[in-house]
Design a protein around this ligand. Structure first.
Ligand code: ATR
Length: 276
């Protein structure tokens, strides 16, 4: 019987993980199926108890379960512990292991456009779960990070956590404070366009503000060309779209599940076919 894997989220139906992971299994001739586990919150605990018994060999974990899943795992790796969230679960030898490879996806996608991230000044917009992975990864690679959020207090909390963890100073504030900062890279991590595809860029920042950046990244990949990416492009600034982060974190997940090198080209091709 083929091994089961899947995306655990709610909602999960629109996830692109099955497309890229099934393409990877196919490319390497692995007998496995990557499905969708759209689990309502009141069934989450029962679902997690079952994962080991009727084994699901790998889970990609997304909203709203990246934190809640942690209490069901036998071991959590250092990076995931420090980020405070798990996006990948591996079942092996009767145990469940948790990892977070979102930060690797962000770093690789950015490094493709900017090269070495060491010393780069990066503005992070947002202070939710995705921002935590971004801040962690960027600090780990030696970038200088500042954090701005609609709710100033949440940005301050995140800055305090990571400044203590890495022993560095992290400037933080509300969205308007961001406008006075000089930096090289801007990374958009909020859920603004996931919650409302018609939301205007001006809710986050004035489009002209983007002029000061070398590179602008949005981690959202639906839509692929977000209002932020569109504005940056029209100003002639290098952009990094969210599909790159998604692809590179999917590659890391595949490696963790199969202990094989991932067929990146096949995964990229499958993703390109469905992206709009
Ligand atoms: P995720 O796991 O996707 O990061 P989250 O933890 O719920 O989701 O965080 C959502 C982030 O998007 C938060 O930083 C949120 O700002 P608040 O802390 O002020 O809520 C931000 N966000 C969501 N909608 C936004 C909007 N319309 N304008 C600005 N920021 C927004």
């Amino acid at each position: 019987m083929s091994k089961r894997y899947g995306i655990l989220a709610n909602p999960a139906k629109h996830s692109l993980s099955p497309v890229v992971q099934n393409a990877a299994f196919k490319a390497l001739g692995i007998d496995a199926q990557f499905g969708i586990f759209e689990v309502p919150e009141n069934e989450f605990s029962t679902f997690m108890d079952r994962v080991k018994h009727d084994p699901i060999y790998g889970l990609s974990v997304s909203s709203p379960y990246k934190r809640d899943v942690m209490e069901y795992l036998n071991e959590i790796d250092e990076d995931a512990k420090k980020i405070g969230a798990v996006n990948t679960v591996v079942y092996k030898g009767g145990y469940l292991y948790g990892y977070n490879v979102d930060y690797i996806g962000i770093n690789k996608a950015l490094a493709e456009s900017c090269g070495d991230l060491k010393g780069k000044r990066v503005v992070i917009v947002g202070a939710g779960g995705a921002a935590r992975a971004a801040v962690y990864g960027l600090l780990k690679d030696g970038a200088q990070v500042s954090i701005y959020n609609r709710t100033t207090e949440t940005a301050r909390e995140l800055a305090n956590i990571f400044s203590a963890m890495f022993g560095v100073n992290i400037v933080s504030g509300g969205l308007s404070d961001m406008l006075n900062v000089e930096a090289d890279i801007l990374v958009q991590t909020t859920s603004i366009w996931i919650d409302d595809p018609d939301a205007k860029l001006e809710e986050l920042l004035p489009p002209d503000y983007l002029k000061k950046f070398e590179v602008v990244m949005d981690i959202v990949y639906k839509p692929l060309i977000t209002p932020l990416i569109e504005a940056a492009k029209s100003l002639g600034i290098k952009t990094v779209t969210g599909d790159k982060m998604f692809l590179y974190q999917a590659v890391e997940q595949f490696k963790l599940w199969t202990e094989k090198e991932a067929p990146v080209d096949a995964m990229r091709a499958a993703l390109d076919e469905v992206l709009v």
